[in-house]
Ligand binder design. Structure first.
Ligand code: SF4
Length: 324
């Protein structure tokens, strides 16, 4: 029995290094250090927002957690069971507990399947319902995510972007998962539709005690839904705290820069705009020392040689910076 606030998933020192192969003999000539030792956990009924610019490794981390890509090393525990060494067959019951919602609701839905078949497919694949039960369950899922059961026979192109993402959510819910990884699940939607989809996800979380790993490049998007936020830069977590601490007491210069781009609803409150110089460096050859030193306005000599550990600077608030 898992207590209400126990971690559903606990990740320790997770690494995913993709080999770069060259030549006729396909020799390994280097690695892409996509995820380079990240640790986090997601409690039952809570959301962890995983945030960072494109190329920071957040999507790879999400896929590695689900073992859609094989981790290079590290530990992933689901309800206290280590899943990294499990075979495909052994992994099957855990796959049911962990589902994913993709960014692009159009390309992630098979255009030749009806919406009803798409949502019912996980039930078919896992053999958990006969045809009649499947029809009933899919109909109930359609109604729950705000679609009309009569739309089950329609094809993806007959739905709007927001409706297609609702189909993706219904599909993710079909097997009654504990954890859903949302990989930029609202980034392709209009702002007004984003809010509706996030509200739906939050309602579902309350009803079903769902846990979310919510991946986004945008801090503003994760603020509303996240209990905790982990900020990633070049394969590592640089700041990790509860959402309020991140938004009111951010300590890492990279988090500060991301925050400065978030609009503040109160016109009396002004945030100093900090524009990040340059692009994220290549994860093939990350900068020495603190990976952020090439873009950090406070960088000192030791930042170029010494990698700052992720330290707890206040209860539950972890930062990786020599100056904090
Ligand atoms: Fe900037 Fe140095 Fe802190 Fe890295 S360790 S964030 S370079 S001040």
């Amino acid at each position: 029995m898992v207590s209400a606030n126990a971690p559903v998933i606990e990740v320790k020192d997770l690494k995913k290094h993709f080999p770069i192969k060259k030549g006729l003999l396909r020799r390994t000539v280097g690695h892409v250090y996509a995820v380079d030792g990240v640790s986090f956990s997601v409690k039952s009924g809570e959301t962890l927002g995983l945030v960072g610019e494109s190329g920071c490794g957040k999507t790879t981390a999400g896929r590695a957690v689900l073992r859609l890509t094989e981790p290079t090393s590290g530990s992933i525990q689901v309800d206290g069971t280590e899943i990294t060494g499990l075979s495909k067959a052994e992994l099957r019951p855990y796959r049911r507990q962990m589902q994913i919602i993709f960014q692009d609701p159009f390309s992630s839905l098979n255009p030749r399947q009806t919406a009803g078949d798409i949502v019912g497919e996980p039930l078919l694949v896992h053999g958990v319902a006969n045809a009649k039960e499947r029809q009933e369950q899919v109909s109930a899922l359609f109604a729950r995510v705000g679609l009309r059961p009569a739309q089950m026979s329609n094809y993806p192109h007959q739905f709007s972007g927001g409706q297609r993402q609702r189909i993706g959510i219904a599909r993710a819910l079909a097997l009654g998962p504990k954890l859903i990884v949302g990989d930029e699940p609202v980034s392709a939607l209009d702002v007004s539709i984003q809010a509706q989809v996030i509200n739906l996800l939050m309602d579902l979380q309350r009803e079903r005690q769902l846990s979310y790993l919510f991946i986004s490049h945008n801090l503003a998007v994760v603020e509303h839904i996240s209990h905790q936020i982990a900020v990633m830069y070049l394969g590592r977590i640089v700041e990790y705290a509860d959402t309020r601490s991140i938004f009111t007491r951010a300590q890492h210069p990279y988090t500060e820069a991301l925050l400065s781009a978030v609009p503040v609803p109160d016109p009396a409150v002004k945030r100093q705009k900090r524009v990040l110089q340059g692009d994220v460096p290549s994860p093939v050859k990350p900068p020495s020392g603190c990976h952020f030193h090439t873009r950090c306005p406070y960088a000192e000599a030791r930042c170029k040689v010494e990698s700052p550990p992720l330290r707890e600077i206040a209860p539950g608030h972890h930062v990786s910076c020599h100056l904090r």
